[in-house]
Design a protein around this ligand. Structure first.
Ligand SMILES: Nc1ncnc2c1ncn2[C@@H]1O[C@H](COP(=O)(O)OP(=O)(O)OP(=O)(O)O)[C@@H](O)[C@H]1O
Ligand SMILES: [Mg+2]
Length: 400
């Protein structure tokens, strides 16, 4: 690395006589045992040797004086003409600083910090070079050690990053499978409910109707007969009528036929009415749906969410009033159920072993929508379900 400072000029005879004697100067050079201080002629041949030079490079003065300083350079440096280039740079710039591997007498290498200064007389003629070398092997090794550690650290970080990315991919895969499983379970559950509802409604319902018809027939024959028998028959008729109502209700709760027949809005109205009658909690409906069509899967999911929300209101809220809003836009269907009960901290519910809210969110997610549950402690709870509109439903459920 050439330096812009000019080379040193050799003092004239008069100036030299003002300087301390050569012995003292020699003493100074010899005391700097951490530095090799060497004089080279203009060609690079070694003219002087110092104690420091012997300590660092291993040669005694009689072994090295008269030889070219390329003796310290490795073969590849010589092949690239490095010693010559260093002298040329020093001659042209005045000084050159270099760092690199050099060879000791025993062939071992050391990391040298080298400064070569051009020496010129008063006329500017190049008389030679002053070369100062310092052994910086320990610093170099420390730097290399640090670099190795850094490289290893980088490798470890990359390895770990790779492992984390893989774990992330695995987790996403598992999550995806879980969603698929949840979707499958919902579908299976819905199918089962539908088939049980049908069986209860058709088999049990028809048997009860047949029993009722027979009983009515018998009661006509009993007319004017024993009073006790008539009273018993009358009460049997009442039991059968109640059973028919129960069967219808159970079947409808399992799978409201009206969901398939007259649509989601009607099913929600019926559910709200039923809820009000059974729980005594007033249910106010605000249904404004016009154009949106939903397939069976979507309509069922909205209806089940509504059912679970009402069950929660009855079970946990202590509310006296529930407001239900159902509205649509070209983009989505929104169902909002707001109660005036005790409310709760929805964010703190995650750890409990309850699945209602979780199921609602899962259903919404499977449909590409959202289900937001906002509890306001002391003031009530609001559940808002948003389901995106479908462009081309296969089997659309009527909304109104
Ligand atoms: N409308 C509400 N008012 C007050 N608290 C509610 C309401 N809805 C839910 N919660 C609270 O949130 C909890 C979780 O509800 P979630 O429906 O997930 O479970 P659950 O009803 O307790 O059990 P299940 O799994 O049978 O539904 C409830 O236990 C209750 O503390
Ligand atoms: Mg629940």
């Amino acid at each position: 690395m050439p330096d812009a400072s000019p080379g040193l000029s050799i003092p004239s005879q008069n100036e030299a006589s003002l300087r301390p004697d050569e012995g003292l100067y020699r003493l100074l050079i010899e005391s700097l045992s951490d530095y090799a201080i060497i004089l080279l002629d203009p060609e690079g041949v070694i003219l002087t040797w110092s104690v420091g030079a012997e300590r660092i490079e291993g040669y005694k003065s009689e072994e090295i004086i008269g030889r070219h300083f390329a003796a310290f350079h490795r073969r590849e440096d010589i092949r690239q003409n490095k010693p010559k280039k260093l002298l040329e740079d020093a001659a042209s710039a005045g000084r050159v600083i270099d760092e690199g591997w050099r060879l000791r007498k025993d062939g071992t290498k050391f990391w040298a910090n080298v400064v070569i200064t051009a020496l010129r007389d008063q006329t500017g003629r190049l008389c030679g070079f002053g070369k100062v070398v310092r052994d910086a092997t320990r610093r170099k090794r420390a730097e290399e050690g640090l670099r190795n550690i850094n490289e290893k650290l980088d490798e470890r970080v990359q390895e770990r990053t790779g492992q984390l990315a893989q774990t992330n991919r695995d987790l996403r895969g598992s999550l995806e499978q879980l969603h698929q499983l949840a979707a499958r379970l919902q579908a299976v559950r819905e199918d089962e409910r539908t088939s049980i509802a049908r069986e209860i409604h058709d088999d049990l319902g028809q048997s009860l109707t047949a029993m009722k018809m027979d009983l009515v027939w018998m009661m006509q024959r009993l007319a004017g007969g024993e009073k006790g028998l008539q009273t018993r028959a009358q009460s049997m008729l009442k039991v059968i009528d109640d059973a028919i109502v129960s069967v219808r209700r159970i079947a409808t709760t399992l799978r409201p036929g009206m969901l398939d027949d007259i649509g989601l809005a009607a099913a929600i109205e019926w559910q709200a009415q039923d809820f009000q009658e059974r729980s005594g909690i007033k249910c106010i409906l605000d249904i404004r749906v016009e154009n949106l069509v939903l397939d069976d899967e979507h309509a069922t999911a909205v209806f089940r969410t509504f059912q679970e929300t009402l069950t929660n209101v009855a079970r946990h809220s202590g509310a006296t009033r529930v407001t239900v809003k159902l509205k649509d836009s070209p983009q989505e269907l929104v169902l909002e159920v707001r109660d005036n009960g005790r409310g709760f901290d929805a964010g703190a519910e995650g750890s409990k072993k309850s699945f209602g809210l979780l199921g609602m969110k899962e259903r919404a997610m499977l449909l590409g929508g959202t289900c937001e549950i906002k509890g306001d402690p002391g003031r009530g709870t609001t559940v808002t379900l948003r389901v995106p509109s479908q462009s081309g439903p296969k089997s659309a459920s009527k909304l109104v």
